[in-house]
Design a protein around this ligand. Structure first.
Ligand code: ADP
Ligand code: MG
Length: 497
């Protein structure tokens, strides 16, 4: 177990050795890549979906591409990310290992793309042509937010999602305490509790609340320096600073902020050196009476692999949990999300159906709504309840059938001819490790189980091992069509168990 954690940290470090490319070379390359992509997908699709994108940075050999809205991001991630990656690999072998599509309106050019589209089409825009644009236009706060955001460093620029504001967060019993605490942190100039520790299962709004704090603080007092970062990014930056023997500026970067927010802090559990640095940063800020906000998928007391000192410090402020939303709140959230989408009408019955069926988390709920809206927009017909069931078939089947991690382990072992016990064993030989990674990946995709849950069900492994496995399989699938097909087949057969 310890071993696998190390290999993850090591992987990241090794990858980061390649550092960042210069802006010139990224823009230049992106130019080239987009031309090739345009040839593949044609002008219309290109204009609608690729035009609004721009390259933010290449870090750790992963290209960060900015999309103007979450919707465009999801669509591009689903339909073009693999293509982009393949073209990139072919054009610049060994250059990148992944494509990361993020939402950052101020980096992309939605309006230019929209104008170009109208001009070129001579008004004959039909079908999906208007989709990316209408979403871009619909993003009412985009311009305002980027203005507020101008004072920040590019790193933060990329980090805050304009949709994650307090206005867009729907209050309910399950998130009441966390929301109130987040607002208090955002509004008061003095520190009332330190740190604010938000915890809850995946997709329940932790990141949303943290970004909301960021936006609110920027709005009220733009001179206050806010820094938001995932724990993963924290680790990456730290490792980079070690490599460049520049930990001094790393320390300074953090210690000069007024509010530091670190998301998904469970990620650094067990990573001793990163944790140590985090602990020092944390203490330095607390001593200066600077506000800290932390999120994790578990309360501080449950994070294994954190030293006792850190654990007690993390729990020393206000610990607020977010529970899964009940059906009424799920419906409210759906309606709120719909208001921020283009004028597509979705019948109440369909929304109620979604709220009733999709229980695991809000992210999935939103994904389902996106599909419904996309479908409605593309077909131009209002969605009936029966059609919604068809469109969401695979998602719903996962709920109805309740595929379990056990089913997946058994199915995958059978498929690869390994023993089911190998799924739990510590053996790391490729012949058993690869099927195990596939099973972890499928568990993540097909069940609502969280990474720590999945880890526990694979012989008590750490969630970082599961994370690594899912990424590894995704990565392999994107370059190895045979494996991709294999995994797809397994997925379908499991869904039809
Ligand atoms: P977490 O960080 O806890 O995994 P996120 O903050 O990323 O979850 O939330 C997942 C999605 O669900 C986001 O799109 C977020 O906007 C949405 N969401 C979660 N809770 C709410 C809420 N109460 N109101 C509106 N949107 C929500
Ligand atoms: Mg999150």
């Amino acid at each position: 177990m310890l071993h696998s954690k190390h290999s993850l940290e090591h992987d990241t470090a090794a990858a980061s050795a390649n550092g960042q490319s210069s802006d010139f070379s990224i823009d230049h390359k992106w130019d080239h890549i987009s031309k090739l992509l345009k040839k593949q997908i044609g002008d219309t699709e290109f204009r609608n979906w690729i035009g609004p994108l721009s390259v933010c940075a290449v870090q750790n050999r992963v290209v960060e591409i900015a999309a103007p809205t979450r919707f465009v991001r999801d669509w591009v991630a689903m339909h073009y990310a693999d293509k982009i990656k393949r073209i990139w690999e072919a054009a610049y072998p060994g250059d990148v290992i992944g494509i990361d599509i993020i939402v950052a309106p101020e980096f992309s050019t939605p309006m230019e793309a929209a104008n170009a589209a109208t001009a070129n089409d001579g008004g004959h825009t039909g079908g999906n042509t208007s989709l990316a644009q209408s979403y871009a236009k619909d993003d009412g706060q985009t311009e305002e937010s980027s203005e507020v955001n101008n004072t920040q460093s590019p790193r933060i620029h990329c980090a805050l999602d304009p949709r994650f504001t307090f206005d867009n967060f729907v209050a309910g019993e399950s998130n009441e305490l966390a929301l109130a605490a987040a607002k208090r942190v955002a509004e008061s100039s003095t520190v009332s509790f330190n740190p604010l520790f938000l915890y809850g299962g995946v997709g329940l709004g932790k990141t949303h609340l943290m970004h909301a704090i960021g936006w609110a603080v920027q709005e009220q007092n733009p001179t206050r320096k806010v820094m938001y970062m995932s724990a993963e990014k924290f680790m990456y930056e730290f490792i980079l600073s070690l490599r460049h023997k520049d930990t001094v500026s790393f320390k300074e970067m953090f210690r000069s902020v007024d509010i530091l927010m670190i998301d998904d802090v469970q990620f650094i559990s067990g990573k001793t050196s990163t944790q140590e640095e985090f602990f020092h940063t944390f203490n330095a800020l607390i001593d200066q009476n600077k506000q800290i906000v932390i999120s994790a998928d578990r309360p501080p007391s449950d994070i294994d692999g954190f030293g006792e000192r850190l654990r007690s410090r993390l729990g020393g402020g206000l610990v607020a949990d977010i529970h899964p939303a009940d059906e009424a709140l799920r419906l409210k959230i759906l309606k709120s999300k719909l208001r921020h989408m283009p004028a597509v009408s979705v019948p109440e019955a369909v929304l109620e159906f979604l709220a009733e069926k999709i229980t695991s988390n809000i992210r999935e709920l939103e994904g389902a709504l996106n599909r419904i809206v996309m479908h409605t927009e593309l077909t131009g017909r209002e969605m009936s309840l029966a059609a919604a069931q068809t469109v969401l078939q695979d998602l719903l089947r996962a709920y109805d059938r309740k595929i379990t991690v056990e089913d997946i382990k058994a199915g995958v072992a059978k498929h690869y001819g390994t023993r089911p016990a190998d799924m739990d064993s510590p053996r790391r030989a490729r012949a058993v490790a690869r099927p195990r990674q596939v099973a972890m990946y499928l568990s993540k995709v097909l069940t609502p189980a969280s990474l720590p849950d999945i880890g526990r069900q694979f012989g008590g492994r750490d969630h970082t091992t599961v994370l690594y496995a899912t990424r590894k399989i995704e990565e392999l699938m994107s370059i190895d069509p045979a494996l991709a097909e294999d995994v797809e087949k397994l997925k379908v057969s499991l869904q039809h168990l």
